[in-house]
Ligand binder design. Structure first.
Ligand SMILES: Cc1cc2nc3c(=O)[nH]c(=O)nc-3n(C[C@H](O)[C@H](O)[C@H](O)COP(=O)(O)OP(=O)(O)OC[C@H]3O[C@@H](n4cnc5c(N)ncnc54)[C@H](O)[C@@H]3O)c2cc1C
Ligand SMILES: Cc1ncc(C[n+]2csc(CCOP(=O)(O)OP(=O)(O)O)c2C)c(N)n1
Ligand SMILES: [Mg+2]
Length: 574
């Protein structure tokens, strides 16, 4: 039965009907009616310290839990503070709905107080956006926003609602009918022609490599990928965002590809005769120079987004479909294969570079980020959800924390947003309260959103924050070392006393400067009740190896110098 509701109430009614129980936001004038109505609904509101934090928390919440993250802000500066987080979610296809207040509809276009054209500003960084000026349009916009955010290729959707629409009243009832949007049909059936082509290519291949991307997680196709890889006995290389989609310990997992991927993985890709790209988009960090990328390989590309087909790499079989559905068909159509010699060959390439068992390295008195991250991996049994910032520590995390399970690495890949790690970890913990959550952040990136420590304290959210404190904007310093003759322009970084900063928030702060101290502080952090920050004072001028300089051929990698103190030895016993 319809009953009287304000527009503000309708917003919350819709959120509750969509199954939302947690939102991240910051109030202000144009969104005040919605905040007032909020008190009467069973939704937990997390008050952030900066609206960017709200978007990253919603993002971490969505990536960890698999649902839609919700961020709320007022008009003007509140809305513009969301921009970085929306762009981050767009680049990594994260389902998110952002709700912003807008000035009253009659004032739009008059430079009203805190007026900004947020739908205009975010047009290229949202999957879709709505400017709602009438109460009767709130429910349709909200329903469409959730459908768009989570279906097909997921992404962020913005709903900007004027203050007068929030204040208006109408007779209202929830419309339970599923939304139908003309022209929006993301679920595409697999074309039989492309499927047959793919089956033929797989049959004829001797040196296949599966390229496993984030689309596997988004499609929920982990089991199918595993079955398929085992069926055709093919090696699986992962993108940064794909880590966790295929277990690190699986014998067919050869490791991460790309700019800071494993050398043998990049060599295998360059020598392959067939690449099977599963839910990955051939990012430039992954391909290097496109002209010389896997020139001898045929390519099978499965992606739900038709615009990814032939965008960077030409596909010989282009299958636009949900990956899980496509793999079900392929599993029925493909015969078992054995690529023993090819797998042996790839294994033999590990010889020169070897892998990273840094645990058995003698302690030379220096603390390397690699040690810290590898120790966190061992002590958490590889089971934590790790959220990172962007930079060297992010790459070391990918190299030294071996992810077994899906949705356990949450990182900004496409936009590379510094400041992502801490708020994303808070969001992830709220989606997965029983999980152990770590934020592994740089001393630079952490300072961009460090104010969210206060949110963690107020909301009593337990995350462990490992600051990899190298005294530099390390990744940029590394580029300066390699490509700008060590001219360290604007990369040395002075930081506050991070232990005292934690204490100022009423949180436990710890520090480790030597390798034997690491296990103790990690265990103390894990055992403590609230959020804990650990300041790891690591080697200052260490670099991430291997590295494909931007635009270089994928197999033209800079390797760790032989005289380096941190040698790479035998394989990690995963
Ligand atoms: C400092 C830095 C260094 C980096 N170095 C590396 C590196 O060395 N190696 C590396 O791999 N990355 C690296 N990255 C990350 C890189 O920039 C990209 O973000 C990453 O490679 C993208 O991975 P992806 O293609 O798997 O994921 P996404 O970009 O998320 O693409 C996923 C694809 O899956 C598709 N998809 C979604 N849902 C479905 C579905 N249901 N069915 C089918 N398809 C679906 C989407 O349409 C999309 O095309 C680095 C990033 C930074 C910041
Ligand atoms: C918001 C933002 N500004 C600038 C950059 C460029 N950038 C990439 S990595 C990096 C250095 C990061 O330093 P830090 O957080 O200390 O991490 P480290 O590389 O030292 O591990 C910078 C400045 C970025 N990615 N994001
Ligand atoms: Mg740093």
């Amino acid at each position: 039965m319809p009953s009287q509701r304000t527009g503000a109430q309708i917003i919350w009614e819709c959120l509750v009907h969509e199954g939302v129980n947690t939102v991240f936001g910051y109030p202000g004038g144009a969104i005040l009616p919605a905040y007032d109505a909020m008190l009467d609904y069973p939704v937990r509101h997390v008050l952030v310290r900066h609206e960017q934090g709200a978007t990253h928390m919603a993002d971490g919440y969505a990536r960890a839990g698999g649902g839609v993250g919700v961020a709320i802000a007022t008009s003007g500066p509140g809305a513009t503070n969301l921009v970085t987080g929306i762009a981050t979610a767009m680049m990594d296809s994260v389902p998110m709905v952002c709700i912003t207040g807008q000035v009253p509809s009659k004032l739009i276009g008059y430079d009203a107080f805190q007026e900004t054209d947020i739908t205009g500003i975010t047009l290229p960084i949202t999957k879709h956006s709505y400017l709602v000026t009438r109460i009767e349009d709130i429910m349709p916009a909200m329903k469409e926003a959730f459908l768009l955010a989570k279906s097909g290729r997921p992404g962020p959707v913005l709903v900007d609602i004027t203050k007068d629409a929030q204040q208006a009243k109408m007779d209202w009832a929830w419309d339970p009918k599923p939304v139908v949007m003309r022209g929006y049909r993301p679920k595409l059936a697999v074309s039989k022609g492309d499927l047959a082509k793919a089956v033929d290519l797989i049959k004829g291949a001797r040196k296949p490599v599966i390229l496993a991307g984030q689309g596997i997680l988004q499609s929920g196709a982990m089991a199918e990928v595993r079955k398929f890889a085992e069926l055709i006995n093919a090696p699986v290389a992962l993108t940064l965002l794909g880590l966790g989609a295929f277990p690190a310990s699986h014998p067919l997992n050869i490791g991460m590809m790309g700019m800071h991927g494993e050398a043998w993985v990049n060599h295998a890709i360059q020598e392959a005769d067939l690449l099977l790209a599963f839910g990955m988009r051939f990012d430039d960090r992954v391909t290097g120079n496109l002209k010389t990328y896997a020139v001898n390989a045929k390519k099978i590309h499965i992606d739900i987004d038709p615009s990814e087909m032939n965008k960077n790499v030409k596909a010989d079989a282009a299958i636009v479909a949900d990956l899980r559905e496509a793999l079900k068909d392929l599993l029925d159509a493909v015969e078992p294969k054995d690529h023993g010699p090819w797998l042996k060959y790839i294994e033999s390439m590990k010889g020169d570079s070897a892998v990273r068992d840094i645990q058995s390295l003698p302690d030379n008195g220096h603390l390397y980020a690699a040690h810290v991250i590898n120790d966190i991996w061992r002590l958490t049994d590889g089971k934590a959800i790790v959220c990172t910032d962007v930079g060297q520590h992010q790459m070391w995390e990918a190299q030294y924390y071996h992810h077994e399970a899906p949705r356990t690495l949450i990182t900004s890949g496409g936009l590379g947003t510094m400041g992502f790690g801490l708020p994303a970890a808070i969001g992830a913990k709220m989606a997965k309260p029983d999980a152990e959550v770590w934020a592994i952040v740089g001393d630079g990136g952490f300072q961009m959103t460090a104010a969210e420590l206060s949110t963690a304290a107020q909301e009593n959210v337990k995350v462990n924050v490992a600051v990899i404190n190298n005294g530099y904007l390390g990744m940029v310093r590394q580029w300066q070392e390699f490509f700008y003759e060590r001219r360290y322009a604007a990369t040395p970084l002075r930081s506050p006393d991070f232990v005292k900063l934690a204490e100022a928030h009423g949180l436990l702060g710890l520090r480790a400067e030597k390798r034997p101290e690491v296990a103790d502080v990690v265990e103390r952090a894990r055992a403590a009740e609230g959020t804990v920050l650990i300041d790891f004072r690591v080697e200052q001028e260490d670099s991430v190896y291997p590295m494909v300089p931007a635009g270089n051929d994928l197999d033209a990698m800079i390797r760790r110098p032989k005289e380096s103190a941190l040698v790479e030895t035998a394989a990690d016993p995963i």
